[in-house]
Design a protein around this ligand. Sequence first.
Ligand code: 2HA
Ligand code: ZN
Length: 264
Amino acid sequence: MNSIKLNKQIAEELEKISEAAGYMWQKGWIESNGGNLSADITHLLQEQEIDFKNLEIIKTQLPAGAENLIVLVTGKGCRLRELAKNPEKAACIIATNSNGDGYSIIWNGRNGMKPTSELASHLKIHVSNRQQKNGKSTVLHAHPPGLIALSHYSGADADKIPQMLWRMMPEVRIYLPKGILFLSYRTPGSSELADITAESLLNCDVAVWKKHGAVASGKDIIEAFDLIDVAEKGAQIYLSCLKSGIEPEGLSDAEMKDLEKFIA
Ligand code: 2HA
Ligand code: ZN
């Protein structure tokens, strides 16, 4: 049942989500039901537009600060590739309650649609973005293969990989000024994963979930996509060199210094 009508601004958000889903499918980041995304659209809906009467409340402990939010989010078990042609097959809109102990589905809750299993991460990042007032309202999680492959490496020099990705080409350093952070493994969907991800995104542009995927947040979903795309490009170049038997040189310290001057 739908308790709201989609207004023009929400329809525009959905269009960008469809566009990003098309790119991600082409790039092989969203196999089967892999990946999930969300947009905090609280500011796009007037309170009076929502008819809370007769709405089922799905009880769950929400992260602190996640009360009274309206979030467009992909559905649990849904195929993100379907967003490209028919968002109704893979996304719904939820409204979190004011007690912080549940939410209602206010758009597209029919056919048993439930929000993604990674809802905790999405909500915690939205709360953090609001606290930071950084203008970011979307969160994207996908399974880009290059970053995941690199996250399997745990040799003594594993902590040098983020620096090496920065050095693969100037754009990586320029576009991801806070860099890429590889997080230790946590169970998918867990609140521990949500905590470490929201905290890490304060200090990086792309967080990599070890042996799982990548997460980024942007002012819109295309910006979040671009962040992961640039990080993945760095990973692909690095892996291509290694696969070709080339030990990549990477931008030198002097070239990096020069670049930093250029960025400043
Ligand atoms: O939504 O990618 O991390 C499926 C996933 C879980
Ligand atoms: Zn995943």
